[in-house]
Design a protein around this ligand. Structure first.
Ligand code: KG4
Ligand code: ZN
Length: 353
């Protein structure tokens, strides 16, 4: 039961996040503890642009990453030479932001001859469940984030099978783009969640994409269009310093259409599987309170990644790298690792094929 120290670096989108994780292999259920875990969110900087601008996000990572790594070592009193492995998100994500994290990892790898594991961001989101709970494999994973909305049959940390995905926008995008139409700041998911608590979710019915399609896949672009038409027809419903009941009801109703689609399609995924296995929900949108309440009602038992590990974070990256430690690239092969914007990567499915 040897203890390993893993440095996790996450820069795939707008959050710069660093974690020093202690990881002890202990049979099928390893023990992990975050010794340092902090993030810098560029949300406020990006809010004025109404979304993520890849070049600005990459520049923010450049400013924030080194000081965060330095603090991680100062606060834990660990030295870089104490690290056994670096985990860094290499795909999928925005290329510029991914490359800033990868180059920081390569610099440390070069100076201290450390191995690197290039982490699949989506797999790390779901496997983050094991940072707080012990779930047996296989499980059905629903990943709901700002960039992706997909079902996976997860047989092992290195054995993910895609069962279905969104054919257009991701659920988080539906929150963020819908929020923008309503006049809220980017990213709007958390704010809509809060405002919806005071609204009536049945007041304004919104459509559920691919409702009659039996496949476990999603479509959220029609929902966005119907919100635009709704706002054009109801110009008085806008955010103000004091939110009107109409606006709160709109937030609740719009959110409910997203939650209902996620719940309905999770039933479709179980139907496709034809068996009951644990359900794990992860990614930024998994922090949503209405989603959690609905899923507890519909799918009990359901396992949610802890809110602090739902939005992009370095702990999930360090943890996933720890699980995949035996497949890490030792120095100097580590320097050949590359980043990829897209998800489809043959290597991700090695043990499955
Ligand atoms: O996983 P994440 O941090 O980044 C991606 O990998 O995309 O997810 C970010 C997304 C954003 O769209 C944000 O609006 C959404 O997660 N989000 C929420 C909540 N908190 C974050 N959506 C709904 N309710 C929330 N409480
Ligand atoms: Zn993410």
């Amino acid at each position: 039961m040897e203890k390993k120290i893993i440095l996790g670096i996450e820069t795939s989108c707008d959050d710069t996040s660093v974690c020093l994780l202690s990881f002890t292999k202990n049979g099928p259920h390893p023990e992990s503890e975050a010794l340092f875990h902090e993030s810098f969110s560029a949300e406020k900087i990006l809010a004025k642009w109404g979304g993520v601008v890849p070049e600005i996000a990459a520049r923010n990572h450049l400013f924030k990453l080194s000081p965060l790594i330095e603090r991680a070592f100062n606060e834990t009193k660990l030295k870089v030479s104490d690290i056994d492995l670096i985990g860094v998100t290499t795909h999928p994500g925005l290329l510029g932001p991914l490359l800033t994290g990868l180059h920081a990892a390569k610099t440390l790898s070069m100076l201290y001859e450390l191995p690197i594991f290039g982490v699949n961001h989506l797999f790390a989101h779901l496997e983050a469940i094991h940072l707080s709970e012990k779930i047996s494999y296989p499980y059905l994973g629903l990943l709901v984030s700002g960039g992706h909305t997909s079902f996976f049959l997860v047989r092992a940390p290195d054995n993910f099978e895609v069962l279905g995905s969104t054919i257009d926008d991701a659920a988080g995008e539906a929150f963020d783009k819908g929020g923008k139409l309503m006049g809220l700041n980017y990213p709007a998911g958390r704010e809509i969640d809060e405002l919806a608590k005071k609204g009536d979710k049945f007041r304004f019915p919104f459509p559920i994409g691919l409702e009659n399609d039996p496949r476990p896949c999603f479509s959220f672009s029609g929902l966005k269009t119907s919100l635009r038409v709704f706002l054009e027809n109801n110009p008085h419903i806008r955010p103000s310093s004091v939110y009107t009941q109409d606006f709160l009801d709109l937030c609740a109703s719009y959110q409910w259409a997203i939650v209902k689609a996620l719940s309905k399609k999770t039933h479709s995924a179980f139907k496709l599987l034809g068996k009951k296995i644990p359900l794990v929900v992860g990614g930024g949108v998994a922090a949503n309170s209405s989603l959690r309440a609905e899923f507890i009602k519909e799918f009990s038992p359901v396992h949610f990644v802890q809110p602090k590990y739902c939005t992009d974070n370095g702990a999930m990256v360090a943890h996933y790298a720890a699980l995949m430690m035996d497949h890490a690239s030792p120095f100097p092969e580590s320097l050949k690792l590359d980043a990829a914007a897209r998800f489809i990567n043959k290597k991700d499915f090695l043990s499955h094929e």
